[in-house]
Design a protein around this ligand. Structure first.
Ligand code: C5P
Length: 208
């Protein structure tokens, strides 16, 4: 079983993916971490994020053991990730890893931007998680404030809007809902309600 979860930044898809995987006893891969790790390694070598050939070389030799680095979760790394993620050679280099992960038994949940459209187009269950941009920015802002980061709401909103545009506007594997994806709008839902709604959708889809 493969469950593909896509959606924009701060939509809640990551938390949802983890909860769903734990509920069904499946493996879980946050594919954003791959792009974040490529960006981290490019920056660590003092190279430009716009250097496609270099970023692709980093992607081809990425060490999956470094994906649990807490630094990958920093918001600035997400923004940098969306720069290297626009390059076809980077995306191609990360495909096999994602598809191998998806093949595990009894199942896998992958979350990202192009799981239902490109990585696992045959996934039996596809969910596209959305929420109003202001609500997503508010969630991210509260999260960062709890961590003591000196940010303003307007700045967080601006960064999320820019990332949405970059991810939805790129030519290769843009963020979008697959034609057969179920839309889950979490604008007015907390995590518990979103989780219950997602599990209900999945069970209906697989006929349980
Ligand atoms: O999901 P997360 O915010 O960690 O993703 C960071 C960036 O990685 C995204 O903004 C996007 O540019 C890129 N990404 C992608 N395809 C995926 C997952 C993430 O292009 N499947």
């Amino acid at each position: 079983m493969i469950i593909a979860i896509d959606g924009p930044a701060a939509s809640g898809k990551g938390t949802l993916a983890k909860r769903i995987a734990a509920h069904f006893g499946y493996g879980c891969l946050d594919t954003g971490l791959l792009y974040r790790a490529v960006a981290r390694d490019v920056m660590a070598r003092n190279r430009s994020l716009e250097d496609e050939a270099f970023a692709a070389r980093i992607a081809r030799t990425l060490d999956a053991a470094t994906l649990d680095d807490a630094g990958l979760r920093l918001p600035g790394v997400g923004d940098a990730a969306s720069v290297v993620a626009k390059f076809p050679a980077v995306r191609a280099a990360l495909l096999d890893f994602q598809r191998d992960f998806a093949r595990q038994e009894p199942g896998a949940v992958l979350d990202g931007r192009d799981i239902g459209t490109v990585v696992c187009p045959d996934a039996p269950v596809k969910i596209f998680v959305t929420a109003d941009v202001e609500v997503r920015a508010r969630r991210r802002f509260e999260e960062m404030r709890r961590l003591g980061e000196p940010v303003t709401f307007d700045r967080v909103l601006e960064v999320i809007r820019r990332r949405d545009e970059r991810d939805a506007g790129r030519a290769d594997a843009p963020m979008k809902a697959a034609r057969d994806a179920i839309l889950l709008d979490t604008t007015n839902l907390d995590i518990e309600t979103s989780f219950d709604a997602a599990v209900g959708l999945i069970k209906r889809k697989i006929g349980q």
